[in-house]
Design a protein around this ligand. Structure first.
Ligand code: NAD
Length: 300
C-alpha cells in the first residue's frame, strides 16, 4: 500500500489510537479536535502507547496535531471521523469536511451504532463515504468493520479494506448498513441472554461471566460459531436450536432489568456498582487483565 495522507477528526479514546495505527503503518497523519487540551497531549499519549507495546516510538513523529479542521483535512487522501457519538454533530462535521477535501478523498465514520446512511445522506459525493468501525483499543483489537451504504462505490470499499489490511488490521466488509453492523449485533445478542438469565434468577451475574469464560469463551478466538456448527454438524445444531431457541429471550427492546439498574443509578464502574459491586482496585485489576490479554494475543 502506498503511503497515504490520513486525517483523523477527534483525538479522544478512539481517534488517538486510530492515528497511532496509521502512523505505525508508515502513513502521514494529521489529527484535529475541538478541544485544544486533547491535541496538546496526543503525541505523547501515542508515544507512551507505542513504548508500552514495544512498537516503534518514532512513529509518533508522523502524527501532526492541527487545531484547524480545514487545514487538517485539506491534503488528505482519507479522513476518518471519531468525534462524540452524536448524529447532528457528525452530519455537520462531514458537511464541513466535504467543503475542504478533494472530490476523491474518502470519508469514513467510526460511529459505534449510528447508521452510516444517516450520517452521510447530506453529502454531495456519497459514493466516497462509508463506515469504519474500530474496536477499543484500536491498536490491540484487530477488527475494523468496513460498512458500505447503498451509495458507496466498490472502489471506495476496496481501497479502504486494503488500507486497513496493510496497516495490520483485520477488515470485514459489511455489505448492508444495518444497526450494530456485525460485531455488535452478535455481541449484544449474547448480552441480552446474559441479562435475562440473571433477571429470571437462573444464576447471578458473576456466574454468567464465569460460565462463558470457562467454556465457549475459551474457544471463540479460534472457533467462530458457524465453524463450530459445521464442526459438530448442522443436524446437531438444528436439534439444539429446536429445543433451546423457543426458551431464550427474544423480547424486542432493552431489558427491564437493565432499565432498572440505570434508573437506580447502578451504572457500573462509574458508580462502583452495576450488575456487580466494583471497588477501585477491582476495576483497575480488570482493566489491566483485559489489556494484558489483548497484548498477549497480538504478540502470539
Ligand atoms: N469507546 C469505544 O469503545 C468505541 C468503540 C468503537 C467506536 N466508538 C465511536 O468512536 C467515536 C469516538 O468515541 P471515543 O470513545 O473516542 O470518544 P471520546 O469522547 O474519547 O473522543 C471524542 C473526541 O471528539 C472530540 N470532538 C467533539 N466534537 C468535536 C468536533 N466538532 N470537532 C472535532 N473534535 C470534536 C472531543 O473533544 C473528544 O476528544 C464515537 O462515535 C464512538 O461511538 C467508540
Amino acid at each position: 500500500m502506498a503511503k497515504a495522507r490520513i486525517a483523523v477528526v477527534g483525538a479522544g479514546l478512539m481517534g488517538h489510537g486510530i492515528a497511532q495505527v496509521f502512523a505505525l503503518a508508515g502513513h502521514d497523519v494529521t489529527i484535529t479536535d475541538a478541544v485544544a487540551k486533547n491535541l496538546e497531549n496526543v503525541k505523547s499519549r501515542i508515544a507512551e502507547n507505542l513504548r508500552e507495546l514495544g512498537d516503534d516510538e518514532q512513529a509518533a513523529a508522523r502524527v501532526t496535531p492541527c487545531a484547524d479542521l480545514a487545514a487538517a483535512v485539506r491534503q488528505a487522501d482519507y479522513v476518518v471521523e471519531a468525534v462524540s457519538e452524536n448524529l447532528p454533530l457528525k452530519q455537520k462535521l462531514f458537511a464541513e469536511i466535504e467543503r475542504h477535501v478533494r472530490s476523491d478523498t474518502i470519508l469514513a465514520s467510526n460511529t459505534s451504532v449510528i447508521p452510516i446512511t444517516s450520517i452521510m445522506a447530506g453529502l454531495n459525493k456519497r459514493e466516497r463515504a462509508l463506515g469504519t468501525h474500530w474496536w477499543n483499543p484500536p491498536f490491540l483489537v484487530p477488527l475494523v468493520e468496513v460498512i458500505a451504504t447503498e451509495w458507496t462505490s466498490p472502489q471506495t470499499v476496496a481501497w479502504t479494506m486494503e488500507l486497513h489490511q496493510a496497516a495490520g488490521k483485520k477488515p470485514a466488509n459489511v455489505k448492508k448498513d444495518v444497526p450494530g453492523f456485525i460485531g455488535n449485533r452478535l455481541q449484544h445478542a449474547l448480552w441480552r441472554e446474559a441479562i435475562s438469565l440473571v433477571e429470571h434468577g437462573i444464576c447471578d451475574a458473576e456466574t454468567v461471566d464465569a460460565v462463558i469464560k470457562a467454556s465457549f469463551g475459551r474457544r471463540l478466538a479460534v472457533l467462530g460459531p458457524l465453524e463450530n456448527a459445521d464442526l459438530v454438524g448442522t443436524d446437531f445444531t438444528l436439534a439444539i436450536h429446536d429445543t433451546v431457541l423457543p426458551a431464550i429471550d427474544s423480547r424486542p427492546g432493552s431489558s427491564p432489568y437493565l432499565q432498572k439498574l440505570v434508573a437506580d443509578g447502578k451504572l457500573g464502574f462509574k458508580s462502583s456498582e452495576g450488575f456487580r459491586k466494583w471497588s477501585v482496585e477491582e476495576q483497575a485489576t480488570l482493566r489491566a487483565k483485559v489489556f494484558a490479554h489483548l497484548k498477549a494475543s497480538r504478540d502470539r
